[in-house]
Design a protein around this ligand. Structure first.
Ligand code: SAH
Ligand code: SF4
Length: 344
């Protein structure tokens, strides 16, 4: 059977709610694995991520990088340091770089453009940006310069919950930027944090339906991890199974989307990230952030906590993927969902 013949499952809200309860986990995870295996031929795409700044002007209640957190040691990588981290990604054989940061306007539009042009001149790789809320004209400029993809998670599509968790952030503006990204031809990703304090299964089911309606190229979902230096310090950590269920349901409804297995799964339960690769996920994003920043990109505790050097860490990841009968895949792994979108 070819991948082109797989139809999305049209699950309704009631069916999603029932799957979230967990009584049909065996069926759900089997179906998610079957579809993922058919579409991606058991390949797991690896994307190297460079977390180049942990300064942030936002104050999200869940995140350790929030501006009010005075305890985090802030860092910014220079353009040269970022480019050299990208060189390391290419030297390791990977063909996608993800540039991520707090919402840090210190990196003006021209700086990001310069980085994109420099990367594309030197390497034939895909560039994903994950820089938070930026102006439409910047998104346009970066796309024209060669950026391929953009990841902008809504975290929740429930406006009330969004405003409770992201004070002063503009819900409608963020939603609008996702549409702008799609219209600019970016392979566009969004997603949610599961078990955000105040969420409900009802809200989760709505999130799944909305993410599906948006026909996104990437769907990222990971569990909430409580950070001590945030207003959500005493809230319970998210449930790993709930997050895996959400990814699996998204796979059933979006067979061709790229769905990453997030490191927040791993932080909560050892092995849960690789397990998610057998439950609908097909992407993993090893960090190539240099030592200067690595441990301080502490969006949640346990993130970037490994003391192992980048290459042995990558080798261990390869081994875990192989041990699950899957194949680490270093190619660009462009979206299979909207293949008509021109590639940079
Ligand atoms: N500043 C950018 C990108 C960096 S944050 C932005 O916010 O879009 C990267 C991701 O970390 C966020 O999208 C969020 O989903 C995740 N994150 C932050 N704090 C978290 C927490 N406590 N638990 C789980 N995920 C978290
Ligand atoms: Fe900043 Fe992103 Fe963290 Fe919010 S989630 S505080 S925008 S880094």
């Amino acid at each position: 059977m070819t991948a082109a013949t797989i139809s999305p499952m049209a699950l309704n809200k009631q069916q999603i709610l029932s799957l979230l309860q967990g009584q049909q986990d065996t069926w759900l995870f089997d179906q998610a694995q079957r579809i993922t295996s058919q579409v991606f031929a058991d390949n797991v795409y690896l994307r190297g991520i460079v977390e180049f700044s942990n300064y942030c002007l936002h104050n999200c209640h869940y995140c350790g990088l929030r501006s009010a957190n005075r305890k985090v040691v802030r860092y910014r990588l220079s353009e040269q340091e970022i480019l050299s981290a990208v060189d390391n990604i290419v030297a390791a054989g990977l063909n996608t770089v993800v540039l991520q940061s707090g919402d840090d306007k210190h990196y003006r539009s021209e700086v990001i453009t310069r980085l994109i042009v420099a990367i594309k001149q030197k390497h034939d790789i895909a560039i994903t940006l994950s820089l938070g809320d930026r102006h439409s004209h910047e998104l346009q400029q970066w796309r024209a310069a060669g950026a391929d993809r953009y990841l902008l998670k809504m975290e929740t599509f429930d406006q009330t919950l969004f405003e409770q968790c992201r004070p002063k952030a503009d819900f409608h503006q963020r939603l609008h930027q996702l549409k702008t990204l799609q219209s600019l031809g970016y392979q566009t990703g969004s997603g949610i944090i599961t078990d955000l304090p105040g969420t409900t299964d009802e809200r989760l089911a709505n999130d799944i339906l909305t993410l599906t309606q948006m026909e996104l190229d990437m769907l990222a979902c990971g569990p909430f991890v409580a950070h001590q230096q945030t207003p959500f310090a005493d809230e319970p950590n998210g449930n790993v199974l709930t997050s895996q269920r959400v990814s699996a349901i998204l796979r059933l409804m979006n067979p061709y989307a790229n769905i990453p297995a997030t490191s927040s799964l791993e932080v909560l339960t050892r092995g849960a990230r690789e397990q998610a690769l057998l439950r609908g996920c097909n992407v993993i994003m090893p960090s190539f952030t240099p030592e200067k920043g690595y441990v301080n990109y502490s969006i949640y505790p346990g993130k970037n906590a490994s003391t192992i050097a980048t290459q042995p860490r990558l080798n261990a990841m390869f081994e875990q993927i192989n041990a699950h009968g899957l194949h680490p895949c270093l190619s660009r792994g462009d979206s299979k969902r909207n293949p008509h979108v021109p590639r940079n």
